[in-house]
Write a new protein. Sequence first.
Lengths: 309, 180
Amino acid sequence: MTLEEDRLAQLLGSGGPEATADGLRAVVARRAAKRQRRQRAAGAGAGALVVLVVVAGVVVLGRGAPPTEQSATAPNGALVWRPPTPSGGAGAANAARSAAPSAAIACTEAKKCTAFVPVRPLFSRSVGAVEVVATLIAVPGGAPVPTPEGTAAPENTAAGESPNFTCATAAELSVAASSGPTSRTTLVLPSVVGSTAAIEAVASVTVATPTGNAIAVAVRTSPAVARTAARFSDGRRDEMTTVDGWSVLVDPAATPGATAGLGTVAAVGPGGETLATAPILRSPGIALPQFCVREGPVVTPAPTPRATG
Amino acid sequence: MSIVAAAPGCRDTQAIEEGSELADAPGFAALYLTHYPRLVRALELAGLDGPRAEDVAQEAFARTLGHWRRVRNGTNPPGYVFRTGFRLARRRFEDLALDEDLPGPTDVASDAALHVDLERGLAAMPPRRRACALLCLGVGISPKEAARALGIAEGTVRKQLEIARASLRIALGEPPGPGA
């Protein structure tokens, strides 16, 4: 072995991250997810359930990150989620209650809510100290659907509850990003039905970690998008292959206190071409509206596979 | 199994291997424990930032696990993981349209003050030469395998290695050596 080979071998043996049992579990789960996706693809028709409206809920478990703001914006600005005022019943309390993946959220158009059911694990991934777990869940009766800002409320919105959203049949992506065990918040990401945009919606949430802040960005993209990539304002980057049009990008050590844009997310096609870009806006702590939420029986999600990162 | 149990920070790794998840993949956990940190480090030195390097490394190990029966009976299981990791990293460089200013290895220089000269030598190399040096000189895989992983000709790898060797020796304060 020559000197340079010896020194390079030494260099590779120093400074790398520790191989942990959690990391090994992540690898095993990634493999399981791949196998599951292949089996799903083989048994086509599983996606025959047409989802009229998709709402993504990002559940973030993090230290000292209570939900404070109440907004989420689609990249094109067409849809704005406006939860009810505190008198309307929504807020941080709801966020905490509806955030746990095992909790129940369900609504009918008549405002009767029942438990949601985890349909299947979608993906999970770890980025630095942040662990993201995404589960596709079905809401039997419906979930809150934001309506275009400034338009009249749908007829089935109860008076005095919220002027800007209603409940409808939906599926929901519940994403848990965990970097600490102490608190959680919920982020709701509206998806535009029949949209032709490569990036249908983007929403983000900031969570405190033992070493600073982390940002989780949920992205809903069209089927033409193979991969999403984010460049955060602190220069860090993250990307992942989309899973059924969903992806969650993470900046594990975001710059604290940033008030401007958090960065940019790009939709990348199968050939590596950039199909669209959208800014990442600060939109933490979305609480599900009171009239669409109630406690229900605990549902234990199935084991979650890992995503292709 | 004893390797797994004795590894620091991996108290329950043995349980994972003994459980159903890795029951049919004997030796995989040991490979992971030994080579995951090295692969992440190699990817960082090749130009990926920390989170992405870890993501690529995880994916490389997941793919290796998918072919474990064949890989385990092969001649160089760690080489398979490294080749897979660098192949994935290459795809990411090509795919990621936002990557016009990829971070260089200087990002991790502070972690290894003892290797500053070597890292400086690596940092001065173009990405392809750096990857060739890491794979062939650092990991020990053949130029032919490196060529396949990086998507370039074997002759190109050999040429890059020749230049890389000379550069690294100069960085280490040694004469460039024959052929340089």
